[in-house]
Design a protein around this ligand. Structure first.
Ligand code: SD4
Length: 310
């Protein structure tokens, strides 16, 4: 399977479609990725990204985002930012610099204000209701991903350029200041135009332990086909975590090599992802994991109706 864009979760469908339009109109891959991520950030019905994201333990939405340009290896990221409308815009801005490329909390907010990026309250009424209804005495050692809250990762390739963008509100009920894998280079995403790109969604603490996105890109660099690279990197990392006596949390990955071939893998039963194909279509797929055997399906209407997540 080949594409210009690949994205995590069904929720990325509209964004990928807009990205495909931009590519058709002659836009760069960066423009297409940014448009796709921003579309998800702006949609309040998604509880994991931007406006509508679920809050931390204190009821505040804290946002992380990252962007990597595979031509320059430029990486920009912000973490723990509040009330910033489109975190991906600031991450993209920062990827053009050689220093001060990763900014946290107050420093990141000050940078964004100075740059004129729009701020607005990011906690929706619905997210606030979810927070109010939630038991506050949670075991923070058992926080999970995918309870209807998932990170958007968009990978793209056009001409000789690979790139990726990631945006998330992180885990629901996380400790204030907690940062996951998404804005950490090599964990939440990695892009090298000489090879391709990979990105991850799931429990950030577990993804970071394997620098999962970098691990996939390195497998592709070594000549392993992209689907196998995703399955192997995830499988080997899970086995390593299990050997340490650790039960791995949810993790899913996507990747695209320099020839536009795409791959995806998950340790959950099913992981929907979206591909913007080379003939301009936007298609929903799902990686399905049956007892460790991964397959990629093109879900029918009944499957989509039965699927409950983003
Ligand atoms: C994090 N990886 O902050 C993100 C959360 C996520 O599906 O991907 N949720 O750990």
């Amino acid at each position: 399977m080949e594409g210009y864009l690949i994205a995590t979760w069904k929720m990325a469908f509209e964004g990928v479609k807009k990205g495909q339009d931009l590519i058709r109109q002659g836009g760069t891959i960066h423009k297409a990725i940014m448009e796709a991520v921003k579309t998800v950030e702006d949609d309040p019905s998604y509880h994991s990204v931007g406006y509508g994201g679920l809050p931390n333990l204190e009821g505040e939405v804290e946002l992380d985002a990252a962007y990597m340009d595979g031509d320059t290896l430029g990486f920009g990221a912000i973490m723990g930012v509040k009330n910033l409308k489109n975190p991906i815009e600031v991450a993209y801005d920062l990827c053009h610099y050689k220093r001060n490329c990763v900014l946290a909390a107050a420093g990141a907010e000050a940078y964004a204000r100075k740059g004129g990026y729009p701020f607005s309250p990011m906690l929706t009424e619905e997210a606030e209701e979810r927070y109010k209804a939630q038991e506050k005495n949670v075991d923070t050692e058992k926080l999970e991903a995918y309870g209807g809250h998932d990170t958007v990762c968009i990978i793209g390739r056009l001409g000789d350029t690979s790139a990726c963008g990631v945006s998330t509100s992180g885990l629901f009920m996380k400790l204030p200041g907690r940062v996951g894998d998404s804005p950490i280079i090599g964990s939440g995403c990695y892009a090298d135009s000489e090879v391709g790109a990979a990105a991850a969604t799931g429990v950030g603490e577990d993804i970071m332990k394997g620098c999962l996105s970098f691990a996939i890109v390195e497998k592709i660099r070594a000549g392993i086909p992209v689907q196998q690279a995703c399955e192997q990197a995830l499988g080997e990392h899970i086995a390593r975590l299990e050997r340490s006596g650790h039960k791995p949390g949810s993790m899913s990955v996507i990747a695209m090599d320099r020839d536009h071939h795409v791959g995806a893998a998950t340790n959950k039963k099913a992981f929907p992802f979206v591909v913007g194909t080379m003939d301009g279509e936007t298609v929903l797929f799902a990686a399905v994991n049956e007892g460790g055997n991964m397959s990629v399906i093109c879900p029918d209407e009944a499957w989509i109706q039965a699927y409950q997540g983003d």
